[in-house]
Design a protein around this ligand. Structure first.
Ligand code: R5P
Length: 294
């Protein structure tokens, strides 16, 4: 198997290749003066299985199109199998028509990825809300691996968590909280909204007390930081000793980092699916292991 990195993920592709003991095929990718994209595969891929790594953030549309160009070119050049490795899969949150006339973007993007000719897809902690698995989203074989165990193990080691409990900010995040908690052998729960009075709504854990404990709040994505900041404030108000936040995809739009820290977080960690100042955990070995199993 060979590895190719798109513009968004050339460094991650190298790390995956190194972890898997595979070679990287260089690509030339640039934009013509008229704004059109040019790609060229600078190596022989004929008869080879190729892992094409492209995490589609921070410029999802541009990276998606480059991915389609590269995948189809690899097939044209005779690659025997192209495995799309898309650690951050974009548009997953627009998985329904919430207002009349809207595009169901996830549907369109997943069809585009299939059209690119990739034979299978590997993604990491894809935001699945109305779908229960990636098999429902894609018509090609797809694997969704989770970085939550890596994040939880890192947090447990780095912060020496005392009486830890993992909390998800909402019901949707239960899937991440359960995986993180299982990895470090502790309890988990999710926050739910409770009306305290006519004016005040609080978010409290459903069952588990956070009082006097170190709390690890986990989510798949931190975008504006609003969800995480609110969750941090709530568990601190309920007596948490220290709060560490973790997410797989650190989109960190605008002042998201400041919002989370201003809310009282002790620290925030993420993976390198989206390179960021808090990307303390690499998914390279996880992806290498996943590729080895395909
Ligand atoms: C939403 O359902 C996701 O799991 C995250 O909770 C959400 O995307 C976070 O967004 P923000 O950081 O803008 O609150």
């Amino acid at each position: 198997m060979l590895v190719i990195g798109g513009s968004a993920s050339s460094y991650l592709a190298r790390r995956v290749a190194r972890a898997a003991g595979l070679s990287v095929v260089p690509v030339e990718s640039r934009v013509f003066p008229d704004g059109e994209r040019y790609v060229r595969v600078l190596g022989d891929v004929s008869g080879q299985r190729v892992a094409l790594v492209q995490s589609m953030y921070r410029r999802p549309d541009e990276y998606l199109f480059e991915f389609v160009l590269l995948a189809r070119t690899l097939k044209d050049l005779g690659a025997s199998e192209v495995i799309g490795v898309v650690p951050y899969f974009p548009y997953a949150r627009q998985d329904a028509r919430f207002n009349p006339g809207e595009a169901v973007s996830l549907e369109v993007v997943s069809r585009l990825v299939e059209f690119s000719g990739v034979d299978r897809l590997v993604t990491v902690d894809m935001h699945l809300h109305r779908y229960s698995s990636v098999e429902e989203v894609f018509r090609i074989p797809a694997v969704n691996v989770s970085a939550m165990p890596l994040l939880a193990e890192y947090a447990s080691r780095a912060y020496n968590l005392s009486k830890p409990v993992v909390i998800g900010p909402d019901e949707e995040s239960r899937q991440w909280a359960e995986k993180a908690a299982a990895a470090i052998g502790c309890e988990c729960d999710v926050l739910e909204k409770r009306r305290v009075s006519a004016e005040v709504v609080e978010m409290v854990p459903r069952e588990v007390s956070v009082r006097g404990r170190d709390v690890l709040i986990v989510d798949d994505i931190i975008s504006t930081g609003g969800t995480m900041a609110e969750a941090v404030k709530m568990v601190l108000r309920q007596g948490a000793r220290r709060v560490v936040c973790a997410c797989t995809h650190a989109i960190l739009a605008g002042n998201a980092l400041e919002r989370v820290f201003q809310a009282g977080a002790h620290d925030l960690i993420a993976t390198d699916t989206v390179p960021s100042p808090v990307s303390a955990v690499s998914v390279a070995e996880l992806l290498a292991k996943t590729l080895a199993e395909l």
